[in-house]
Design a protein around this ligand. Sequence first.
Ligand code: PMP
Length: 324
Amino acid sequence: LDYSVEQEWHNPRIVPYQPIVLDPAAKVFHYGQTIFEGLKAYKTADGRIRLFRPRDNFARMNRSNDRMSVPELDIDTAITALERLIEVDADWVPTEPGTSLYIRPYVFATQATLGVAPSENYQFIIIMSPVGAYYPEGMNPVKIYVESDYVRAMVGGVGEAKTAGNYAAALKSQQIAKEQGYTQVLWLDGAEHKYIEEVGSMNVFFKIGGKVITPALNGSILAGITRNSVLQLLKHWGISVEERRLSIDEIYEAAEQGLLEEAFGTGTAAVISPIGEVNWGGQKLVIGEGRTGELTNKLYDTLTGIQYGTVEDPFGWTREVGAG
Ligand code: PMP
C-alpha cells in the first residue's frame, strides 16, 4: 500500500519479493519515521493456517503510528492484505512441529525532503519467512545481561512504539552482552536505572514466593501481545498476577531469601523463554538451578497448543486464514 495526502492509503498490490527504490532524501533514512510489527501464522495438523491475534498486532501498529505521526491504517484492510499474501504462498507455512511463518508488516516515510516534519508519503509492506522451531530440543534457559549504563527508552519517549530507533539504541548493549556470553539485555528504567522494564525482544515475568509479577506498562515498555496472552491465561487459571514497578534489587533480595522461583520472557519469536541466569554489574544470579520452571513450561505448552490448534482457544485469539 502507498500513502499520499491526496489519496490516503491506496494501490494495494502483491509483487514478487524484490528490492525497493527510494529517493536518497526519503525521510525514513534521516529521521527514522518507521514502524514495524511481528506476528506469526501456524499450520494445524489438518493443514489449516491460523494467525495469532493479528487484530491486536495491527491495533498496536496504529498506536505506534500515532506516536510517530504516521497515518493510521485500516485494520480490516491490513488483515485482508495479509491473508491474501499468505494464500499466494500457502505452502510457505511449514508443517514440521514447532515451525511457523514469521510475518513482518512495516511502514516507512518516503517523502523526499530534508525538512524535519512528518512525511506526506509512506509505504506499507508485509514480508514473511518460514522459521524453524525455536526450541528443537526442549526449552533452553537464556542468560540475561542487565544494562546499567545505557537506557533503551524513557517514559514520555517512544519506548512503547515499535519503532526502529528503539532497536538501534539497543544494539551497542546487545553487542557488549554477547561478548560476555549473554543472549539478551535486560533494560532498566531511564530515570533511576533501578526498575525492570523488558529485555531486547521480550517482556519479563518473575515468580516470587508463589506470586507472579511483571513490570506495569508505563509508556516506555512495549505492550507485548504475548505478555497480554500470559496475563489473560494466568487470570483464567485463577493465578493472581501483579503488574507493578519491580526493582532489580527486589529480584536479588528474593533470590537471597530463596523466594525467586521462576523467571521467563514472553515474545512472538520464542513465545515463552525461561530465564536461567541474570548478571547485574558482575553479580550473577542463577534461577531455578538453570532448569525450566513448572509454570513456565505450562504457559509454553498451553500457548503453543492454542497456536497449533491442539489446545482449545477460549479467548478467540486465533483466526483462520481465508475463513472470512
Ligand atoms: N519488547 C520488545 C522490545 C519487543 O521487540 C518485543 C517483540 N515484539 C516484545 C517486547 C514482545 O512483544 P510480543 O509479545 O508482541 O512479540
